[in-house]
Write a protein that binds this ligand. Sequence first.
Ligand code: PA5
Length: 469
Amino acid sequence: MANIKQKIRLDYNNMMSEAIGEQGFTKKDFAAVEDRVDFAVNYFNEKAGTGFMGWTKLHDEQDAIVADIITAANEVRANFKNFVVLGIGGSALGPTSVFQALCHMRHNEITATRRKGAPKFYVEDNVDPERMIALLQTISLKDTCFNVITKSGSTSETMTQYLVIKNELEKAGLDPKTHIITTTSANSGNLIKISQAEGYKTFYIPDGVGGRFSELCPVGLLPAAVLGIDIAGLLEGAKFMYELCTQSENNSNMALTAAKLQYIAMNKGKNISVMMPYADGLKYISDWYSQLWGESLGKNKLMDGTPCNMGQTPVKALGVTDQHSQIQLYAEGPFDKVITFIAVDKYRKKVVIPQGCDEFPNVNFLCGHTMNELIVAERNATEYAVTKAGKLNHTIFLPVINEFTIGQLLMFFELKTAYCGFMLNIDPFDQPGVEEGKNATYALLGRPGYEEKQRELNAGNKKYKKYMM
Ligand code: PA5
């Protein structure tokens, strides 16, 4: 198997009764979910590549698109100093997390030479007017390429940003066509029609790929290629994980195992999933995971329509930073969570802690060690503390952070989410709760066709003075 040395690993010792006692899982717990696990595997195999499971093919079927993306990315790199993503949810979190993981941590602050020709990078995923003005005050429009990303082609936030930027470009006497690239569905929504009318360069989001499963299609690949990230390496990592999990026996399918662990935990009332990477580069992978896990599993009906209230609330934390804010709660608070630590075997840089403070042995003991040793020691110590407190936890190990391991990690989480959704017997690929909010926004701002929704809102949205202070 290619690059086996860089395979990411899962250690779930601390989910088991041997490690944490009463709260830990036993053989009986695994036996009790066997039927649901078999169902999930069979259902996955039956549906892979169909309907909303088009994301399972992205690592295999994009050679021509990758070539087109690299050509476009090279043009952007040659002509622009800034690259701005306009998008929200799945159209923003993937690009942000891969950027943070694989680019210099102070990317926008270092010189273009140190960025190896990559433009500065901004992801605008909100409609706070103050943020929009701040962006416009920071970038020079003539030096900026905007990538408008929306699967549905009609999300209010993204279309608002598009309208503002197009207007600004025109006011500055610039041709929007040379400054805007769109990424959207080829078959539905408004952005594709706008793109055709305006003549924008457009990349397509395949039909079977939902927002939160879209990082490995042009949504994430174009920004990554513009940043100089090896997108073939990302796809290779995803393929490696996909094959590991789907072409081997279930006992080497680490995504299935991880899903099973969370499923058992949910059945035992553990309603919170904490994601705690020990690497700043992985900080936004937690944000991306939170959307994936929260939006996919948070559902109010089973596949057959039976009402339910499913889901597990994702919580983002960062090691070691949040040891000093969250760990007290995780160690001594309620038994309501599963903690996922993400560990890195080999950090890309090393810092030796220099000699000093000779007369203070309680400080001087640090000297001669490295920051690398310290962060690993702190992770081990935190794992020890929560395990001693009987709290469910497990660790994903990345041998190193690079394109191949990040590709694996993204695919691992996507597979885990799909498997867990099927175990729960819900549809992990829709988001009616999000759509409800989107539709209400359309109604509130007078989009044609949403008059009935507006009436519903007006009737239901009563506020009583007695409850206002
Ligand atoms: O996962 C999803 O489908 C959603 O969270 C979307 O990513 C988000 O609502 C943005 O949608 P769109 O890409 O259609 O603008």
